[in-house]
Design a protein around this ligand. Structure first.
Ligand SMILES: Nc1nc2c(c(=O)[nH]1)N[C@H]1C(S)=C(S)[C@@H](COP(=O)(O)O)O[C@H]1N2
Ligand SMILES: [Mo]
Length: 319
């Protein structure tokens, strides 16, 4: 079974399924009713689905750049190349499958270890918090990246209002679970609903963003409408979409990816080019819209702002 090392850059899709089986053995054993044809691909997760030639224009976006001088990715790519497993594991199928998803009415419940639990509608959120453009890189664990002009504000603004108690140490997030509109939820392999988590100090960091828009337009369902989290220094899967629940807790919360593949997807998942994923290197990435791969940056280039959160931790072990 030990064939998981030295992954070539572009494995054939036929190489992926057996490896997914390997890492997920325990969960597969639990879900014994699965037939061969329903074996899911751990793609959030496998570099196989990255097309070698992108179908998207090199740069059809406005002439905006991130703080490193890199242009924003085209609107077309941002809205048509998505990881959103509740709809599909096929990145290019998500847009079509999600375009009728109901995002109004919508509310987000915020509770747990807080003084002022609350439920906020999207209108409440839009009225209360000033949205600003935030151009951040999104680095998927699969090895591709985009530069995305989000509209949003810091999650800390909401957290300060609900006032975490002194016992609160973590923040757990949950995506809506709506099988009638989300065909991917029929896949029994994953522990739905999609969940994510941050340590409270990470969640309070000003870079941790609540996004409600992209390119000055309301988020499309494919990008997590009507409201999602963006954590720019971590692998993309931490940036959870279409959230309905935020819970302050005293224990590290379970997360979907950490549950299905604890050796592959740690709780922290800070972008770290020198720590390989067990099945592939994280040293380089392909910026969507570009041909050549480029070097990946420690903490996705945000280390100056966030490295202090991890002082004294061994991030090779606490990955
Ligand atoms: N609920 C939910 N959130 C999710 C995902 C998902 O499948 N479901 N995929 C994650 C992954 S792997 C990535 S890379 C980003 C992609 O965000 P984007 O499609 O807006 O670029 O969303 C993350 N958030
Ligand atoms: Mo991802």
């Amino acid at each position: 079974m030990n064939t998981l090392h030295k992954q070539p850059n572009k494995p054939k899709s036929s190489e992926i399924t057996p490896e997914s089986l390997y890492i997920s053995r325990r969960r597969f054993l639990k879900t014994s009713i699965l037939t061969a044809s329903s074996i899911p691909i751990l793609a959030a997760c496998g570099p196989s689905l990255i097309p070698s030639e992108t179908p998207f224009p090199t740069n059809s976006g406005p002439e905006k750049t991130d703080e490193m001088g890199d242009p924003v990715t085209s609107y077309d790519a941002i809205t048509h190349y998505n990881n959103y497993y509740e709809f599909s594991v096929d990145k290019q199928a998500v847009a079509g499958l999600s375009n009728k998803f109901t995002v109004d009415p919508w509310s987000v419940e915020i509770g747990g270890l807080v003084i002022n639990p609350t439920t906020l509608s999207i209108d409440d959120i839009r009225k209360t918090y000033t949205q600003e453009e935030r151009i951040y890189r999104l680095r998927c664990v699969e090895g591709w990246s985009m530069v995305i002009p989000w509209d949003g504000f810091s999650l800390s603004e909401i957290l300060k209002k609900v006032e975490p108690t002194t016992d609160a140490k973590y923040v757990a997030f949950e995506t809506v679970y709506r099988p009638t509109e989300m065909p991917g939820l029929n896949e029994p392999f994953y522990p739905w609903p999609y969940t994510e988590g941050l340590r409270l100090d990470e969640a309070m960091h000003p870079l941790t963003t609540v996004a409600t828009g992209v390119y000055g337009l309301p988020l499309l369902p494919a990008n997590g409408a009507p409201i999602r989290i963006v954590v720019p220094w971590k692998y993309g899967f931490k940036s959870i979409k279409s959230i309905v629940k935020i819970t302050l807790t005293d224990k590290q919360p379970a997360t979907l990816w950490n549950t299905v593949g604890p050796d592959e997807y740690g709780f922290y998942s800070n972008v770290n080019p020198s720590r390989s994923h067990p099945r592939w290197s994280q040293e380089t990435e392909r910026r969507i819209g570009e041909g050549m791969r480029r070097a990946s940056h420690y903490m996705n280039g945000y280390a100056k702002q966030v490295a202090s959160l991890y002082e004294g931790m061994d991030l090779m072990k606490e990955y």
